[in-house]
Each structure stands twice: as C-alpha cells, then as structure tokens.
Design a protein around this ligand. Structure first.
Ligand code: NAD
Length: 455
C-alpha cells in the first residue's frame, strides 16, 4: 500500500497490507492472548498505559511530523493533537479502576442474599478508525478497551497508517503484548475482512456511508456495535453578541484542522440584526489565516487529506452558486502540487443547497440569516445528523433554552469544536450510535454481569 503526502503528492512509504489470511491469523492470536491480559490485575494494565503515555510524550516531535506529513495537518495542530491525547490518558488513568470496580448493589443479611455487578471485558474487539484525528478517535477506543481487559484489533485509516504503526510501536514499548494490541493494516477491504472475524464488538469511527454498511453486516451477530459518524454541525449567533468575538471563535471552529473535524462548525445561522456585521468580521478573520506548507509553524490551514474530497467541495460551491448564494471568499481548489482548497465563505445560502445539508469536511462554510430564535432552532434541527450544536449569546438563559431544543449529542454555549474526556461523546441520527469518553465510555467496553449470591 503506497502512502502519499497529500500536501505535495510525494511518496512517503510503501507498506505491506494485510490480506484476509493475515487478518484471520491476527484474530486467532488475539483470541488466544486476551484471557491472559484480562487476568492481569487492572493496576498492571493501567501501568502499561502509563508507560504508553511516557512513550508518547518522549516522541511528540516525531509523531507530530509523521501525522502532519501523512494527513496534511498543520504541524502546530498535529502537536496539539498528540499532546491532547495525554489529557485523555490522564482521565482514563484516574477514573478506570473506580469505574470498573465490582459493585454490591443489594445486601440482606437475614436472607444471606447479596447482589453484585461486575464489569467483564467484551473479549476481542475490532477498532476501525478514521484519519482526521487518529490519536483522538483511536485513543478514545483502544485505551479504555485495553484497560477493561479486551484485546484490540486496531485498523487505522489507510490515510493514517504510519501513525497507526507508531501507536503499535509505543504499545509494544510500553509492555502491551503484541497479540493484545494488534494493528491491522489496509484499506476498506481489510476492514471488511476484519469484520468477518468472530469479534465480540465493533467500534467504528468514520463516515455515515461506511457506518451504515457495517451496521447492516453486524446486525445478525448480536455483538456490540458502536458507530461514531459524521456531522453537519450548526452554530447560531444571536443579536446580543459581540460580533468580532463570535466571528473569531466560529471561524476557528469551522477552519481548524482544515475543516476536517467531525465536530467542525459546518453551517452558521446569524440573527438578521447582526448578520452583515458578523459576515464582515468573519471574512476578515478568515483572510488572516495562513494556508500552505503544513510543516511551517505559521500555517493554520493545511491540505485536504483525501483527493476525492476536492470534488465534493467544488460541487457544493457550484450547487450553492447556481441556487443564488453569494461567494464572499475562496470557492475553488488551489493549483499547486497536492490537494488544496481555498478557505471558502458563502452567504445567502438556504437548505435547498448541499452545502447546508451534506457534510463538507473541508474549509468551507455557509452563513445564513435568520429572523429569530425559533427560526434558528428549526434550521439547526433540519438535518440528518446530530453530533454537536453551538449558540453564541451573552444571555446564558436564552442560550440554554435554545440548546435544550436542539437534537444533538453535544451542545455548546459560547464555544464550539471542543471535546472533553469527562463528557460522553455521542451523536444522534446519522451521527451514530453508542458513545466514547466519560466514565460511560470506559464501561462501554465491558458487559455488566449480574451476580445473585445466596449464602
Ligand atoms: P471512512 O468511512 O471512509 O473510513 C473509516 C474507516 O473505515 C477506514 O479505516 C476505512 O478503511 C474503513 N472502511 C472503509 N470501508 C469499509 C468496509 N466496507 N468495512 C470495514 N471498514 C471499512 O471515513 P474517513 O474518511 O476515514 O473519516 C471521515 C469521516 O469520519 C467523516 O464523516 C467524519 O465526520 C467522521 N468522523 C466522526 C467522528 C466522531 O467522533 N463522530 C470522529 C472523526 C471522524
């Protein structure tokens, strides 16, 4: 499998992909190794995760550079991501033992009856991952899964393979047995081969299209399936804000990671009273973003990781313009080696346009004027997705009332594009099922077992 740098087109590496036979062999070894891993006391499993953290911290520069070269992510943002994983590791290190402890939920001494719950590992799980935040979306799964006593067959995205191999190398160096954390390398066909193995759980991060296929194929197997999928995340700017502050925050929410985040702000609704001032401030802000060589410390907007996405972005712009949108900025791919698209701002948009309905996953945003709060909520909920939603307002009560009416897994007041290890990360509708992070996202890698004990 050839791995190219999306910013230059240069060949970075040529790695061997796993065929169906190799995937089967990896599965068999993981199945054999899992019980021994689960039998280790949790304190010992946590010690290996602590050692993994040390490995990660010691290698930040190498890891950030590989990530930047492989997915076209600006180097500072690559560093932020690797660093950010340490915060999640710290959460899992602090909370897992308490969260996975056996619980006595009832006791009657006269009847000599006790009822307990234990948290059993699922067994061998498949973790099929996306490329846009490989450390985050991968770590949300494989860290708590390992802590809970599972063996993990980890398939990094084919666009983040080198990062996946670094992660496997750090796991090995930290003392996680080779057959307990197992990288499975390849494209979609390798992922499909992995799902043909009799695994005990499937934890997928990626697009709705692939997620729907996986859900259909796993349906008859009665195993746990979690799908963290796409989004079309809205933000609403009320008429009581400081438009410059809101515009700066939302431009960052829309264009950070080159707009390739599951929780990027993908559509903005602005109260008509402040619409024009907001648009002017927003365009000003985006004009200040440096786009270029991802390895340059000054770069804020990098390359588009997957070439076909350039066509998606081009088609969304053309469709919007045909239906009456106004192009404020950008609007086209940039002619240079690699995959590049200019940061794009569209106004006079509405929901007949793909740019307001379909995931863009790139540096492009539609800004729509709305008459009042009710209209904003209607527009925010008019979507097949439901990952996150934000409201910008100086009035907390007003914001909370609005956010309570929005159908999304995560809601934000005066912030956006933010993930906390302490809070559950989940979506509704086409954004997926199940969750990661928070203490729920530790228990999710276990099966509660009920104990009725009569003395
Ligand atoms: P994708 O669906 O193209 O690929 C995801 C993974 O699935 C890859 O590892 C791929 O090789 C594998 N795959 C493809 N076909 C398969 C098949 N038939 N069987 C098994 N595996 C298969 O998605 P992507 O381009 O890697 O990621 C971008 C998408 O991920 C966006 O929609 C984004 O919103 C979403 N995402 C969601 C979250 C979240 O937390 N909700 C986080 C990050 C990304």
């Amino acid at each position: 499998m050839k791995i190219h740098n999306p910013a230059t087109g240069a060949l970075l590496a040529d790695v061997a992909a796993d065929n169906a036979k190799a995937v089967r062999a990896k599965y068999d070894r993981a199945r054999a190794a899992q019980p021994r891993w689960a039998a280790r006391p949790i304190a010992r499993r946590l010690a290996t995760i602590r050692a993994f953290r040390t490995e990660l911290v010691g290698r930040i520069e190498t890891l950030a550079r590989t990530l930047s070269e492989e997915v076209g992510k600006p180097i500072r943002q690559a560093r932020n991501e690797v660093n950010g994983l340490t915060g999640r590791l710290d959460f899992f290190l602090a909370e897992s033992a308490r969260t996975l402890r056996d619980e006595r939920v009832f006791e009657n001494r006269e009847q000599k009856l006790e009822e307990r719950i234990s948290h059993e590992p699922l067994g061998v799980i498949a973790n099929i991952s996306a490329w846009n935040y490989p450390y985050f979306v991968g770590g949300n799964v494989f860290i708590p899964a390992l802590v809970a006593g599972n063996a993990v067959l980890y398939k990094p995205s084919e666009f983040a393979t080198l990062t996946g191999l670094h992660i496997a190398d750090m796991m090995r160096a930290a003392g996680v047995p080779d057959d307990v954390f197992v990288p499975v390398i390849g494209e979609g066909a390798t992922g499909a081969a992995l799902l043909r193995q009799p695994v005990d759980g499937v934890f997928f991060t990626g697009s709705y299209a692939t997620g729907a296929k996986i859900a259909a194929s796993a349906g008859r197997r009665m195993i746990k399936v979690q799908l963290e999928l796409g989004g079309k995340d809205p933000a609403y700017v009320t008429d009581d804000v400081d438009v410059r502050t809101a515009a700066a925050a939302l431009a960052d929410g829309a264009f950070y990671n080159t707009g390739q985040s599951c929780c990027s702000v993908e559509r903005i609704y602005v109260h008509e009273a402040v619409h024009d001032a907001f648009v002017a401030a927003f365009v000003d802000e985006v004009k200040g973003y440096a786009q270029g060589d991802p390895l340059d410390e000054k770069t804020y907007i990098g390359a588009i990781t997957r070439k076909p996405q350039l066509g998606v972005l081009r088609r969304q712009v053309a469709d919007a313009l045909k239906k009456g949108a106004t192009l404020q900025l950008g609007g086209a791919p940039i002619r240079r080696k690699g995959n590049w698209f200019a940061p794009t701002v569209l106004t006079d948009v509405d929901h007949s346009m793909a740019v307001m309905r379909e995931e863009s996953f790139g540096p492009i945003i539609g800004i729509q004027a709305v008459a009042d709060d009710d209209a904003a909520v209607d527009q925010m909920n008019d979507t097949e997705y439901g990952l996150t939603a934000a409201v910008y307002s100086t009035d907390e009560k007003r914001a909370r009332k609005l956010l309570a009416r929005v159908n999304a897994g995560t809601v934000y007041w005066n912030c956006c594009d933010r993930v906390s290890p302490r809070l559950p990360w989940s979506g509704v509708k086409h954004s997926g099922i199940g969750l990661t992070l928070s203490t729920y996202g530790i228990q999710t890698f276990t099966r509660p077992k009920a104990w009725h004990l009569k003395g």
